[in-house]
Write a new protein. Structure first.
Length: 279
C-alpha cells in the first residue's frame, strides 16, 4: 500500500527516487551533505515493521552512496516504531518464522555493522521490534513523550530481531526480563537513566539534534569512526587479553591513516581546538 509522503525535514533535501531507491514507498529518504536520513513512513500503522518495510530498510542500508558518512533513522507521525506487524505473524509456519527472524537479523546487522555510524531519533512508541531497531543504532536521541516496551510475553511471542543480544547490553538482562514478563514500560527519563538513549531533547527537536550530531561525527576521520563502531563492540565481547591485543592492532591502524596523522599535527601545531568542559 502506498503511503502519503511525509514533508521534508528541516535541514534536509529529498533524495531522488531513482535506481535502487525507486519504488521505496514505505520510506522517506533525505540528505543534508554527508548525513543521510531514512524515515519510516507507515504512520497509520505506527510504523510497525512489515516484511516489505524491512526489505526496503535493508535495501537502503546496503546501498548508501559512498560519500555518506552518517545515517539517521526516524519515524513519521506520532511514533518511532511500534514493532513487528502482528498481522503477518499468524500466517507463518515454525520454519518460516525462524527464517523471518533471520531476515530481521540481516537487516539490523547491516545497520550496526555497516560502513557508517547510525543515529536513531526516538519519539512516541519504541516498542518490541521498534526497540530492537533502535538498539541496532550506535546513538539514540529520545524526545519527550518517548516510551519503551517489550510486550512479547503478553503476546505469546519472543523477541526475534536481535533484541536478546542488543537490548541487555543497554539496560541489563534483569530490566529486559521485567519488561517482557510483566509488560512494564519505561518513559523517556527512565530510558535515559537506564541507557536506552544517549541524548534527551524536547518534543520535535530530535531530528535537529541528530543532524547536529551527524554533521559533527561526519567531520571525524572515516577510519576512526569505523574503528569506534566496529572494533569497539567486538573488543567488548572478547576475553580481556584478546581484547587488549585487538585494541593495539586497531590503534596502530587508525594512527597510520594519513587523515589521523594530519589531525595530530594540527593539534600539536595549535591549529585544532582543545577539549573543553561541558557547557
Amino acid at each position: 500500500m502506498t503511503t502519503t509522503p511525509a514533508p521534508t525535514a528541516a535541514g534536509f533535501e529529498p533524495v531522488p527516487a531513482a535506481g535502487v531507491f525507486a519504488a521505496l514507498d514505505l520510506l522517506v529518504l533525505e540528505r543534508s551533505g554527508p548525513v543521510f536520513h531514512l524515515r519510516l513512513n507507515r504512520p497509520a500503522k505506527r510504523n510497525s515493521i512489515s516484511d516489505e518495510l524491512l526489505a526496503q530498510i535493508h535495501t537502503v542500508v546496503v546501498n548508501l552512496p559512498k560519500d555518506v558518512r552518517v545515517l539517521v533513522l526516524s519515524g513519521a507521525g506520532e511514533h518511532f516504531c511500534a514493532g513487528l506487524d502482528l498481522s503477518e505473524v499468524s500466517e507463518r509456519t515454525v520454519a518460516e518464522g525462524m527464517q523471518h527472524s533471520r531476515s530481521w537479523h540481516r537487516c539490523f546487522d547491516a545497520l550496526q555493522f555497516g560502513d557508517v555510524p547510525v543515529i536513531a531519533v526516538l519519539h512516541g512508541a519504541v516498542v518490541g521490534g521498534g526497540l530492537e531497531l533502535a538498539a541496532s543504532a550506535h546513538l539514540r536521541v529520545a524526545e519527550d513523550g518517548t516510551f519503551y516496551a517489550l510486550p512479547e510475553g503478553t503476546r505469546g511471542i519472543f523477541v526475534g530481531g536481535g533484541g536478546s543480544v542488543r537490548i541487555p547490553r543497554l539496560l541489563g538482562t534483569s530490566r529486559m526480563t521485567d519488561m517482557m514478563l510483566t509488560g512494564r514500560s519505561f518513559d523517556a527519563d527512565e530510558g535515559q537513566a537506564f541507557g536506552l538513549s544517549n541524548y534527551r531533547v524536547a518534543a520535535g527537536e530530535g531530528l535537529a539534534k541528530a543532524l547536529q550530531l551527524g554533521l559533527k561525527i561526519a567531520g571525524n576521520a572515516p577510519l576512526s569512526n569505523y574503528a569506534i563502531t566496529q572494533a569497539l563492540p567486538r573488543i567488548a565481547d572478547l576475553p580481556a587479553a584478546d581484547g587488549l591485543f585487538v585494541e593495539s592492532l586497531m590503534s596502530s591502524i587508525a594512527q597510520g591513516d594519513e587523515v589521523a596523522k594530519e589531525r595530530v599535527r594540527a593539534f600539536l601545531e595549535k591549529r585544532a581546538a582543545k577539549v573543553s568542559r561541558p557547557s
